[in-house]
Design a protein around this ligand. Structure first.
Ligand code: AMP
Length: 556
């Protein structure tokens, strides 16, 4: 423990909160918690820029709960005292879970309700009639409830949190946000949390914060290379499939991984492709019903799946590259134009996937922000992680942009190190790769997409009703089942011995490997097999390899 650090028990927190923190196993506050909690408890407004995964949810949730506990010692009347605005339903659910954990010992005194995720306004009315102390929601949902007179904040609200404020703007919540601010009392304490402090956030700051303290805790928005290792590898379309297949099949990518692709079709294309080799993966995108999405994330966090193939919300928000105006016009025309896509879907931003060892950019993101948010899904809190980006010739310019943003223009040190993988070593796998790619036709992708949506809609209804009563049975439904619209060639499941690169032969047995116990460390294997793997366990991560190499160098 750091002696100079302010600890939770020195912050004047209620014993029940301290007990919950102990149960969570948090030995000390993160940097943002250490700075923000005392200021918030003094009653200050806060504008905090903290990188994703820094513990910012608890940084505002702890003072929220503490203040409610304190004020309940004098005023027992039940009222909505705090409003937490989030850009996505998934984030809403996550915030709610965090608040539940923190209020484990005072759940009677501090009740929280997440109303962001459920479709029917009238069904939520009874929840709001009970006046939960904390309401978590998207701005549009709060506005809808205010309009329906289900929610009244003018007289009771004491605290407002706007989480992922920059995203609220990019999701087009600006109008809802502004109109709901008119329904708040004149005086309240406000916290604005944002990954970036752009002009929109600055403008919002003027609107909601009074003499705020600004916390810019992290120069960089991603952890440094001792915690997060970032790599890129040049490969064109077919090679992307070849590389991901061999990395997964030979166990060179270890631990839970998020694989990002550019659009929903590619989600299914890659899923069906991997299915050919009996590599199960879930698909996560905005077309799936919200309950399924949340369920997939919950199960992933519980360790049910190793791989999620996801699109990020940027591609979904603006799949055609339309201008914001054009999009808004389209939006007004009716949501039908969005082919059922949900604008409050958010995978790469804000969502806390637990223990993600690797983020793989199968398709490179189309903005620096998106890169940061995607890669921020790994190396969270104190964990380490690896990000590996596949770069085709069309993606090089974006890679340069990301590099420049992460390093600043005047340094020659690139943040994304070249992933020195020798493609020629896996050349033998190419015909299998082509074989599998041929089976994944446009028609197969289309069918898979429809099939999964149908399946998930059914799941979703079941989920909604059933899991409300039986939360423990969540694990009953799996989302990584084979979809099978492509022709399955059983022989592709196995890797014959002659295909395994000679240098890996004594080390990798993909079939045996599956039966082995889960190893805790994750990561992506580096470089040519020969150089790095001889005499070493290929299931170890980059860092391990590097350390060993350094040691060796030191000896000679
Ligand atoms: P957040 O940035 O709020 O999404 O949090 C990222 C992750 O850090 C979550 O899984 C939290 O449970 C975890 N976390 C938050 N605060 C702490 C802490 N003080 N010690 C250890 N883990 C924490």
């Amino acid at each position: 423990m750091d002696e100079d650090k302010l600890h939770f028990h020195e912050m004047g927190l209620d014993d029940r909160l301290l007990k919950a923190l102990a149960d969570l196993g948090w030995s000390e506050p993160t940097l943002i918690q250490e700075k923000a909690i005392p200021l918030a408890l003094e009653g200050k407004d806060l504008l905090a820029r903290a990188r994703t995964g820094s513990g910012k949810t608890a940084a505002y949730a702890i003072p929220l709960i503490q203040r409610i506990l304190t004020s309940k010692q004098t005023v027992r009347e039940q009222a909505v005292r705090a409003l937490v605005l989030v850009p996505t339903k998934e984030l809403g659910q996550q915030v709610q879970t965090m608040i539940r954990q923190l209020t484990a010992y005072c759940s009677r005194d501090v009740r929280a309700a997440d109303i962001s995720g459920k479709a029917d306004i009238s069904a939520q009315k009874p929840i709001l009639m009970e006046k939960p102390d904390i309401v978590v929601s998207t701005p549009s949902r709060v506005q809808a409830h205010i309009n329906a007179q289900n929610l009244q904040l003018q007289s009771s609200l004491e605290m407002l949190v706007i989480d992922e404020a920059d995203l609220l703007f990019s999701f087009g919540f600006e109008a809802d946000l502004k109109s709901l601010l008119c329904h708040l009392p004149k005086i309240y304490q406000a916290f604005l949390m944002s990954a970036t402090l752009n002009d929109d956030v600055q403008a919002l700051k003027e609107l909601v914060l009074h003499n705020p303290v600004t916390l810019k805790l992290q120069g960089s928005q991603l952890p440094d290379s001792s915690q997060l290792q970032q790599y890129s590898v040049r490969c064109e379309e077919e090679d992307k499939f070849l590389l991901v297949y061999t990395l997964l099949k030979l166990g060179l990518i270890r631990g839970k991984s998020l694989i990002f692709v550019s659009d929903v079709d590619r989600c299914y294309r890659l899923k069906l492709f991997l299915e050919q080799f009996s590599i199960p993966a879930c698909v996560l995108n905005s077309e799936l019903p919200v309950h399924s999405r949340c369920h997939i994330i919950t199960q992933f966090n519980q360790g049910f799946y190793n791989y999620i193939i996801a699109t990020d919300e940027q591609g979904l928000e603006n799949p055609t590259g339309q201008s914001q105006k054009a999009q808004e016009k389209g939006k007004k025309k009716k949501n039908a134009g969005k082919k059922g896509k949900d604008k409050e879907y958010g995978v790469s931003r804000g969502i806390d996937f637990h223990n993600v060892s690797n983020v793989i950019n199968f398709d490179f993101p189309t903005s620096v922000e998106s890169y940061i948010h995607r890669v921020g899904r790994t190396a969270r809190a104190d964990n380490s992680g690896t990000a590996l980006s596949f770069i085709s010739h069309t993606e090089i310019s974006m890679l340069t942009e990301v590099e420049n943003a992460l390093t600043g223009d005047n340094t020659h040190d690139s943040v994304l190190k070249p992933y020195g993988f020798k493609m020629e070593e896996i050349e033998g796998f190419r015909y299998r790769c082509r074989d599998a790619m041929r089976s994944v036709t446009k028609q197969a992708v289309k069918e898979a997409r429809l099939k999964e949506i149908k399946q998930e809609l059914l799941n979703s209804e079941k989920l909604k009703m059933y899991f409300e009563d039986n939360p423990r049975d969540l694990q009953l439904l799996r989302h990584d089942k084979d979809l099978h619209p492509a022709v399955i060639k059983p022989h592709l499941k196995n890797v014959p011995d002659y295909l395994i690169p000679t240098t890996l032969k004594s080390l990798v047995n993909p079939l045996k490997r599956r039966k082995k116990k889960k190893n805790k460390t994750g990561g992506v294997m580096l470089s040519s097999f020969k150089k790095n793997f001889r005499g070493k366990n290929p299931l170890k991560s980059f860092r391990y390899t590097k350390k060993k190499r350094e040691k060796k160098a030191g000896k000679s």
